[in-house]
Design a protein around this ligand. Structure first.
Ligand code: MLT
Length: 215
C-alpha cells in the first residue's frame, strides 16, 4: 500500500503472518526510497509487517532522512527535527496499521542507520530494537538515554569508505553506556551490504525476538 499521510510518503506491507513477533521500520540510505529495503525486510523477517517511509530531505534530488553540511557532517538542528517527526510518524502509523509498537524494530542502512541511531538516542521508548547497517555516531547526547536491555545490532565494515571503524566503536560505547545490549558484526568489505550482513541480521533477529527456546 502507498500512502502519504502523517507527513512521510511511505509503504506499508501488512503482515502475512498475524503471529509474527516483530514488525520492521525500514529506513533507506541516501538516494533510496520507500521501496528500497522492502525485499530486505521480507528476507530478514518473512511474514512480518513492514513500514517503510521515504526520507523528506532532498540532496541534489536524492532523498535522505536529514540534511548534512558535508559528507559525515550533519545539520544537527535538522537531524533533531526530522528525528522527532519520524518518531511521531512511527507511533501514528503503528496505531493506524495495528502494529504493536513493542514489536517495532528499526532496520536502517547508511543514512537510514544514522536516523535510526538518532531515534534510539532521543526517543529511547520508541523501538524494541534496531539493526544499524553502516552507522555513524548521529550526535553525542549530553544526557545518556535509558535503553536498558534494548538489543542493537551494529553491522559495520572493516574497509568502509564512508564510516571510520572508530565511529562504530564510539557508537557501541554510547549505546552500551545507555544500557543497550549491543552486538557488532564486522563485514570484511566496504560500505555496500554483503550476504554476511544479511545473514548476521537474520540470525540476530531470530536469537533476540523469535527463539522461544522450545525448538
Ligand atoms: C549520512 O550522511 O548519513 C552518511 O554520510 C551516510 C550517507 O548517507 O552517505
Amino acid at each position: 500500500m502507498m500512502a502519504a499521510e502523517s507527513s512521510f510518503i511511505h509503504r506499508f506491507v501488512s503482515p502475512a503472518d498475524s503471529d509474527s513477533k516483530i514488525a520492521l521500520l525500514l529506513l533507506h540510505g541516501t538516494g533510496g526510497d520507500e521501496g528500497d529495503l522492502v525485499p530486505l525486510g521480507h528476507q530478514l523477517a518473512p511474514g512480518a509487517a513492514l513500514l517503510s517511509p521515504r526520507g523528506r530531505v532532498l540532496e541534489h534530488g536524492m532523498p535522505r532522512f536529514f540534511r548534512r553540511l558535508a559528507e559525515g557532517v550533519f545539520d544537527l538542528q535538522d537531524l533533531k527535527r526530522q528525528t522527532d517527526d519520524l518518531a511521531k510518524f512511527a507511533s501514528d502509523a503503528s496505531r493506524k496499521y495495528g502494529i504493536d509498537q513493542r514489536k517495532l524494530i528499526a532496520v536502517g542502512y547508511s543514512n537510514g542507520a544514522n536516523i535510526a541511531g538518532s531515534l534510539l538516542l532521543s526517543h529511547p521508548q520508541l523501538l524494541a530494537g534496531a539493526v544499524l547497517f553502516r552507522p555513524m555516531v548521529p550526535f553525542r547526547p549530553q544526557v545518556s538515554p535509558d535503553l536498558t536491555d534494548v538489543p542493537v545490532l551494529l553491522a559495520a565494515a572493516r574497509h568502509d569508505q564512508i564510516v571510520n571503524p572508530k565511529e562504530t566503536t564510539e557508537l557501541a560505547g554510547i549505546l552500551t553506556s545507555a544500557g543497550a545490549y549491543v552486538t557488532t558484526h564486522w563485514h570484511p568489505g566496504g560500505h555496500e551490504l554483503g550476504v554476511d550482513d544479511v545473514a548476521a541480521a537474520k540470525e540476530w533477529l531470530f536469537e533476540h525476538y523469535m527463539d522461544d527456546g522450545n525448538g
